[in-house]
Design a binder for this molecule. Structure first.
Ligand SMILES: Nc1ncnc2c1ncn2[C@@H]1O[C@H](COP(=O)(O)OP(=O)(O)OP(=O)(O)O)[C@@H](O)[C@H]1O
Ligand SMILES: CC(=O)C(=O)O
Ligand SMILES: [K+]
Ligand SMILES: [Mg+2]
Length: 585
């Protein structure tokens, strides 16, 4: 039996039309010792618009065949005569929870770029075990067959081993970059050497000291005297002569050239970008890759070199028309001057953003990158979009088994800023120590998160209202209140029952002290929630009867040893728009 305080708010009028109190229970918090008093369930029900609810009644169970089934990790129980209940959670979350308890589960999500160093099934499994939440494939590199093989392996890993690793496809984009070095993994440019940058096509092997350039207008656009920077200055050349399609360049800062490295050219100390601005954000090759991603059912598409919100809107409507579930999230990569200019509208239009510091640092002064990062992370939080901090987090670990102290400090700062996710690039794609790098990210995340909680730094970041309807406002207020209550009452976990993940993201946005168990009916939503701070996504079939849902969840989680009697939780749901505080019976 539950005792409840009910507020019913009809959607047509903003005044409560019904207010009942039926012997609410009392909960007493005495420092760290929490004593349940009287009844175990308190409920605040705020009932909103009916349209969401109608949708709910007709889609109580939504199962997709899109990827992970989490077979090994699902527990099945009989409920009633013919209602079989099961809950799916990834094996890593489950063991973390069992070993360390609620408080010490990791909140920051981890992304690994997959490349030659990590594309084997066992290597992917090792990364999943170390905590990889999302596998990223970069369409700049590798063939479509290779990417398809990686996707197939990640899916198999999910199905056979009970992980829920999501897949992110990153587009190539049409910014100017070098070709693939005719198959070589790298080339060394020495001081004083003359290299030929050309728009001519060659069959491999390339002539010596030749670099192909992907952009046909290159030879026209550069001028003698321009500085040509590879990867933002890792190698530097000066243009000394133009001969038709060939541009002869003198190496002035020697270094290692990597396949498809980004090229920028500078004149009188300024980035030349007039023509770049004319290049399409999504090239014809990118559209083919996007079709491939849609056909493969990837979870995220990260769009390189976004310049405006328009391209994101265009891609989102394209996906909506084409994708099976219409639910591929679009991530805007912030890595150009134009993307900084139109930051807010780009983030608004997207489902998330990436601070792509590699290319960003090649377009703006390096010393400006940290403040832009902070600004983007904060803006994403305010607008409720997940944000990824990417590139060079542990660059030295491409070659060495331990990071530099400065790298650890950089990772710590990204965690302290409470970005949703950290991303490995070369460290995991082609480095010598991919698993060790991931372990560093995990350990630093855990340490900084714990320190933050111990210091009770409930930061005063202003979270503006973002709702666009009255019903959305109710969800937002409920989540803000629930998160605050969770901190004040020091509850063990927040439970959120969410169909499309929105309520879960609103809770995540508050960055509460306790972990958030997000229950969703769709496997694809579950995988997408993997990118968001503090969310532990579970797949569960449930009904519109919250009391029965809670009882079912408690039994299933208790059977798995993931919660125990007496644990204090706060539950919210997007079907009932309610807050319930209770001890696990
Ligand atoms: N599929 C792949 N095949 C071969 N090498 C890869 C692959 N993916 C990544 N790499 C290597 O790892 C490095 C870092 O990977 P990452 O995806 O971050 O590249 P990037 O080119 O810097 O990123 P972006 O083009 O998105 O700015 C690349 O420069 C490349 O050498
Ligand atoms: C990740 C990426 O694209 C960058 O840092 O440039
Ligand atoms: K890319
Ligand atoms: Mg980039």
């Amino acid at each position: 039996m539950s005792h409840a305080i009910n507020f019913f708010v009809s959607s047509s009028s903003r005044s409560p039309s019904n207010f009942t109190i039926s012997r609410p229970s009392v909960f007493v918090s005495t420092g760290s010792l929490r004593l349940p008093v009287n009844k175990s369930l308190r409920t605040l029900v705020v009932k909103a618009s009916t349209s969401d609810l109608d949708e709910w009644q007709t889609s109580k169970v939504l199962v997709t065949d899109n990827g992970s089934g989490g077979v090994l990790s699902s527990v099945t129980q009989e409920y009633g005569s013919n209602n079989v209940a099961s809950i799916e959670v990834d094996t890593v979350t489950e063991s973390e929870l069992k070993e360390n308890g609620f408080r010490s589960t990791r909140r920051t999500k981890l992304i690994c770029t997959i490349g030659p160093a990590t594309c084997g099934f066992e290597q992917l499994e090792a990364l999943a075990v170390e905590g990889m939440n999302v596998a990223r494939i970069n369409m700049c590199h590798g063939t479509r067959e290779w990417h398809q093989m990686v996707i197939e392996r990640v899916r198999r890993l999910n199905e056979e081993k009970g992980f829920a690793v999501a897949i992110m496809m990153d587009t190539e984009g049409s910014e100017i970059h070098m070709g693939d070095l005719g198959g070589a993994s790298s080339a060394k440019a020495e001081d004083g050497e003359i290299w030929n940058f050309t728009v001519r096509a060659f069959d491999p092997p390339l002539p010596e000291r030749t670099i192909t350039v992907n952009y046909d207008g290159f030879a026209e656009d550069v001028k003698v005297g321009d500085d040509l920077l590879v990867d933002g200055g890792m190698v530097r050349f000066e243009v000394i002569e133009k001969i038709g399609p060939d541009v002869k360049c003198l190496c002035t800062d020697p270094g290692l050239l990597l396949p498809r490295a980004n090229l920028t050219f500078w004149r009188d100390g300024k980035l030349v970008r007039e023509r770049n601005a004319m290049l399409p954000t999504i090239s014809s090759k990118d559209w083919l890759d996007i079709d491939f991603g849609i056909a493969e059912g990837v979870d995220f598409i990260a769009v390189s070199f976004v310049k405006s919100a328009e391209v994101i809107k265009h891609l989102k409507s394209y996906i909506k028309a084409r994708a099976r579930d219409g639910d591929i999230a679009v991530i805007a990569k912030i890595e150009s001057i134009d993307s900084l200019r139109n930051l807010e509208e780009i983030i608004q239009a997207s489902d998330g953003a990436m601070v792509a510091r590699g290319d960003l640092g090649a377009q703006i002064p390096l010393e400006q990158v940290p403040s832009e990062q902070q600004k983007i992370v904060q803006l994403c939080r305010q607008l409720n979009r997940p944000v990824i901090v990417a590139s060079q987090l542990l660059e030295s670990m491409i070659e060495y088994p331990i990071p530099t102290r400065a790298e650890v400090a950089d990772v710590s700062e990204a965690v302290r800023q409470r970005g949703d996710a950290l991303m490995l690039s070369g460290e995991s794609a082609m480095g010598q120590f991919p698993e060790k790098a991931l372990t560093v990210l995990r350990n630093v995340s855990l340490r900084i998160e714990r320190r933050w909680r111990e210091q009770k730094r409930h930061e005063v970041i202003e979270l503006p209202s973002i709702a666009s309807s009255f019903s959305d406002s109710i969800s937002e207020e409920i989540c803000n209140s629930a998160a605050k209550m969770a901190n004040n009452l020091e509850v063990d976990a927040l439970f959120v029952y969410t169909k499309n993940g929105h309520m879960a993201s609103l809770l995540s946005r508050c960055r509460p002290d306790c972990p958030i168990f997000a229950f969703t009916t769709a496997t694809s939503v579950r995988r997408r929630l993997n990118l968001q701070w503090g969310l532990m996504p579970f797949r569960l079939n449930y009904s519109d009867d919250m009391e029965s849902n809670l009882n079912k969840t408690f039994s299933l989680l208790k059977a798995r040893g993931m919660i125990k009697s007496g644990d204090l939780i706060i539950a919210v749901s997007d079907m009932l728009q309610s807050i319930q505080v209770m001890n696990v019976p």
